[in-house]
Design a binder for this molecule. Sequence first.
Ligand SMILES: C[S@@+](CC[C@H](N)C(=O)[O-])C[C@H]1O[C@@H](n2cnc3c(N)ncnc32)[C@H](O)[C@@H]1O
Length: 282
Amino acid sequence: MNYRHAYHAGNFADVLKHAVACRIQAYMAAKAKPLLVLDTHAGAGAYDLTGPEADRTGEYRDGIARLLDLDPVPPLLDPYLERVRRLGGARNGALPAYPGSPWLLADGLRDGDRLVACELEPTAHQDLAHLMRRRANQPGTVKVRADDGWAALTSFLPPPERRALVLVDPPYEAADDFPRLAERFLKAHRRFPTGVFVLWYPVKQRSRVDALHATLRNSDPKNLLIAELGLYPGESDSRLNGCGLVIANPPYTLADELTETLPLLNTRLTKTTTGTHHLITL
Ligand SMILES: C[S@@+](CC[C@H](N)C(=O)[O-])C[C@H]1O[C@@H](n2cnc3c(N)ncnc32)[C@H](O)[C@@H]1O
């Protein structure tokens, strides 16, 4: 495992994934019933934006840094930006730290809610466990586990709460991560068809994304929403040209909110005139 999220924290891909996850969690929290939040590939949880990794790539400067002054904030971005500004210590337009998915989602827990965050890489796991110990007196319970996130997709589902938000955000280091995403999601969905799943994927080679969409289109789950942001056209082995989310069982308001806000994200996050955004239902 060579992937280190510190180089990418707060980039355009984090913005899309974290905004949607936080918005769905806020929506689900409006119902007074306990919720399981499962973060299968959780990372370290907090990232120093003044540190050498973030500075080397500067990816957050073309991501979250372009949204900090947003006013008014559209509903899709509201829970996310509020949490990022507060947890990351935003001051005078600067953001010293970026909260990763487990910290953002832990912050949205209510009494009775649970977060299970899986992270296999030992240093990231240790950092995350340390971070989560500091929130011991806050609502909800958090378990940081050194479990394989793919296995957790079936071992934690269906949950006793009968309600779950599941974020699947693998590093895509392995060539078969695309087919594995489809296969493990479909298996988890069969076990728990009413779960809300958010699956992140990179857009580098379009053929891999098309194959994922085709597999999902020809499978049982209906009501799959796909949201994509594209920064650059063309094919690449390495450069992240864009990214997408597959959302299963989205809240009924989400498609309209994405329709409203994807163009804004595109305008703010794209430096060139080649930016694209798509919203489709499979
Ligand atoms: C893209 S990063 C996660 C970023 C995090 N979800 C966020 O948004 O802040 C992927 C993480 O998955 C971890 N990882 C890789 N394979 C894993 C596995 N099989 N199970 C759990 N974690 C894994 C990596 O160490 C890395 O920290």
